[in-house]
Design a protein around this ligand. Structure first.
Ligand SMILES: [Fe+2]
Ligand SMILES: [Fe+2]
Length: 154
């Protein structure tokens, strides 16, 4: 079976690598590199967030919790944050990388830490093997959003 928690944890590992590279690009004022890295994160972050929404929905039914409610709201913020960072980067010209990049990196690292410490252990503790397997199968079928003209969203 495809364990949904393993899928999400593995994606976190890839995001962390990209965030490290984004951090280096921002520090060396490599705005082109930073922009490319932020763009490369958008679609995977969007897909990842939709997978997590499925896991959170199943878990919140079983286990009402203020922390899980807060994390579900953060899924929306996750998408808006990367777009904000790109906009501020575009407005920053040749100067130092805008503070929004550092904020985005810190925010995403903290969000993943909270998921790994609250959501993932709760999912493994409170969801049955069969529910986890069904979620894993549903996650594997999710596709990136498509625009009306058939191209993928940026
Ligand atoms: Fe998330
Ligand atoms: Fe996540």
């Amino acid at each position: 079976m495809t364990n949904p928690v393993s899928i999400l944890a593995e994606e976190h590992g890839r995001f962390r690598e990209t965030l490290d590279r984004l951090n280096s690009a921002a520090r060396t004022r490599d705005h082109i590199g930073a922009r490319r890295l932020l763009l490369s994160l958008q679609e995977p972050l969007d897909l990842h967030g939709r997978k997590e929404e499925q896991l959170l929905a199943a878990l919140r039914e079983r286990l009402p919790s203020v922390t899980l409610d807060a994390l579900a709201r953060e899924e929306e913020e996750e998408r808006a944050f990367a777009a904000d960072a790109i906009r501020s980067l575009d407005a920053s010209g040749e100067g130092p990388a805008p503070a929004e990049i550092e904020k985005f990196i810190a925010w995403l690292r903290r969000h993943m830490w909270r998921e790994e410490n609250f959501v993932f252990p709760d999912a493994e503790r409170h969801l049955a093997e069969s529910e986890l397997a069904a979620l894993g199968a549903r996650m594997a079928k999710l596709k990136p959003f498509e625009r009306e003209n058939g191209t993928r969203a940026p």
